[in-house]
Ligand binder design. Structure first.
Ligand code: TXA
Ligand code: MG
Length: 314
């Protein structure tokens, strides 16, 4: 990407505008995290409820103390292991961090992304950048610059095209603001990856965990009604009389006038990389129904299973 384009995006951030920002997980809708007017624009553009907290993106670990009051040994271990990368840490907030960022909570979500364009912008801007995924509220996160344009159009002042996001689903969110770390949102960095670094068990999300908009049942949903189906129930599809598409991970013999079969990768990371863009493309083709072959219940598929469940409305 041209330095000139990054310069222009930095100027836009400084003047309170919104930037479509490529990251390795998904594209973000970025604003100066210290500018309340700019933050309000994010909520307006996304039509996102005002009490849903935003992740602050930083260029490097030395900026942490501006945003957090306490970085535990545990948090530092994870930071050194997985930043820059697809991980968000929930930490105790520093004094003065806006309620627009925290959703009125005592914690703040922080991420240092790895994508070179995100890194260049954050380094040059030099301050925290708030960036939720650049989709309208409840919709699928964008993984390309075109998808951001489709979602938000003129509401964003510039979109930096950094190619297709390599991870393809949102970052793993780990709450390290209390003694026991809790995974609030599964992602490419798995429970096993986190436990390997911390050398202690990591808890799954509790019901009273802090508010995470991605934890709403119907988050990340295509417009087309979508449901999961086990392979041994595929024969039921022969009764279908609506134009449908079936996403599978292994070949299947279905000759049916109403069903188109689409092959997906049979590896969790490759599947994650493709799934949002595939659903976005299928939405445009106006099928009446999307069926997705259920993925394995093993831990490697946790993050994908989570997103598919939400795509189906919980
Ligand atoms: O991969 C990602 O995390 C992308 C890229 C752009 O960085 N961002 C992203 O942001 O997915 P968003 O806003 O779509 O999802 C972030 C989630 C939200 O569900 C929000 O509720 C949660 O993080 N979150 C942010 N701050 C939090 C906090 N202090 N406590 C609990 N959850 C928090
Ligand atoms: Mg989101």
């Amino acid at each position: 990407m041209l330095d000139e384009t990054i310069n222009q995006a930095v100027k836009i951030l400084k003047s309170g505008g919104l930037v479509g920002l490529p990251t390795e997980t998904v594209y973000g809708l970025a604003a100066d995290a210290t500018n309340a007017q700019a933050l309000r624009k994010i909520f307006y553009a996304k039509q996102r409820p005002i009490d849903h907290p935003l992740i602050v993106h930083l260029a490097n670990i030395s900026q942490l103390s501006v945003w957090t009051s306490d970085v535990s040994a545990m948090a530092l271990q994870l930071a050194h292991a997985y930043w820059p990368g697809p991980m968000t840490l929930i930490l105790p907030k520093a004094n003065g961090v806006s309620d627009l960022i925290t959703g009125g909570q005592e914690t703040v979500g922080i991420r240092i992304p790895r994508h070179p364009v995100a890194h260049a912008l954050l380094t040059q801007f030099g301050h925290g950048v708030a960036a939720p995924s650049a989709n309208r509220f409840g919709r699928i996160s964008p993984t390309t610059a075109d998808a951001v344009r489709e979602e938000l159009g003129d509401a964003v002042d510039i979109i930096l095209d950094g190619g297709q996001s390599t991870v393809g689903i949102e970052s793993t969110i780990i709450d390290v603001s209390c003694k026991t770390p809790v995974i609030l949102r599964p992602g490419m960095i798995s429970v096993a990856d986190i436990e390997a670094v911390l050398q202690c068990p990591v808890a799954a999300k509790k019901d009273d965990a802090p508010r995470v908009s991605g934890s709403l049942a119907s988050h990340y949903a295509p417009i087309t009604p979508t449901s999961l189906i086990q392979r041994d129930h595929f024969q039921k599809l022969t009764e279908i009389r609506r134009s449908s598409v079936l996403l599978v991970r292994e070949p299947v013999l279905i000759h049916h006038p109403f069903i188109e079969v689409v092959m997906m990768p049979n590896h969790p990371n490759a599947f994650a990389h493709d799934i949002y863009q595939t659903l976005r493309d299928l939405d445009k083709r106006h099928f009446e129904q999307i069926f997705i072959e259920a993925v394995p219940t093993s831990v490697e598929w946790d993050a994908v299973r989570d997103r598919l469940k939400r795509a189906c409305g919980g």
